[in-house]
Design a protein around this ligand. Structure first.
Ligand code: AP5
Ligand code: MG
Length: 192
């Protein structure tokens, strides 16, 4: 079993690289952003709450988010048996502590954290471009700026947290999708 956290700013390529990594390592992908967007599109109670935060570029409260993640883990026991890529979770120190506990209760742990490091101007360009093509509601300049602020204030301290745990692997996420993927694989294969 191998559990991976893919970590990085909005637009850093977490989703793009996860799609490739699940194929290569036979892992189950949990993107909390995608889970929430699915609830929003289905108009569920959770979706209504999530929409209030996502549209403002803010984080959903930790307590609610931890419940959502536990549900995703327990709902798919056969799919998660070989390991999970956590994409977009944890996003705060309390979420990281909750993840550690949740995995320990299930007899496992986070094995590695891949940190995609990308210059800010690339991030903004990528998200604006995606906004034009896919129309994701939070990909407009005003919300992108808020998402980046939230990332710097609430999420980036996790790099230090996972460095202290000896699990953080920095990857230059600013080159092509293929090069970034090759570098992640090299880094993971050296520790697996
Ligand atoms: P979430 O969906 O997780 O969004 P995000 O973190 O803002 O990140 P993105 O999905 O925008 O980017 P990504 O890193 O996946 O990059 P991607 O591969 O798409 O969260 C959305 C919201 O949900 C949050 O703001 C929050 O409100 C809420 N939420 C979610 N999780 C939460 C949690 N745990 N707690 C509280 N709230 C939570 O790539 C971006 C674009 O760039 C794509 O178009 C892609 O094609 C392109 N691209 C990717 N790689 C490259 C490359 N190497 N070169 C050129 N282009 C590239
Ligand atoms: Mg994503």
């Amino acid at each position: 079993m191998f559990n991976l956290v893919i970590f990085g700013a909005p637009g850093s390529g977490k989703g793009t690289q996860s799609e490739r990594l699940i194929e290569k390592y036979n892992l189950h992908h949990i993107s909390t952003g995608e889970v929430l967007r699915d609830h929003i599109s289905r108009g569920t109670e959770l979706g209504k709450i999530a929409d209030l935060y996502i549209s403002k570029g803010q984080l959903i409260p930790d307590e609610l988010m931890v419940k959502v993640l536990a549900h995703e883990l327990d709902n798919n026991p056969e799919k998660t048996a070989n390991g999970v890529i956590f994409d977009g979770f944890p996003r705060t120190i309390p979420q990281a502590k909750a993840l550690k506990e949740m995995l320990a209760e299930r007899g496992t742990k986070v094995h590695a954290v891949v940190g995609l490091e990308v210059p800010e101007e690339h991030l903004v360009d990528r998200m604006l471009k995606r906004g034009q093509v896919e129309g994701r509601a939070d990909d407009n300049l005003e919300t992108i700026k808020k998402r980046l602020d939230v990332y710097h204030n609430q999420t980036s301290p996790l790099k230090e947290y996972y460095l202290e745990e000896g699990k953080y692997h920095a990857i230059d996420g600013g080159s092509t999708v293929e090069t970034v993927f090759d570098n992640i694989v090299k880094s993971l294969d050296s520790i697996r």
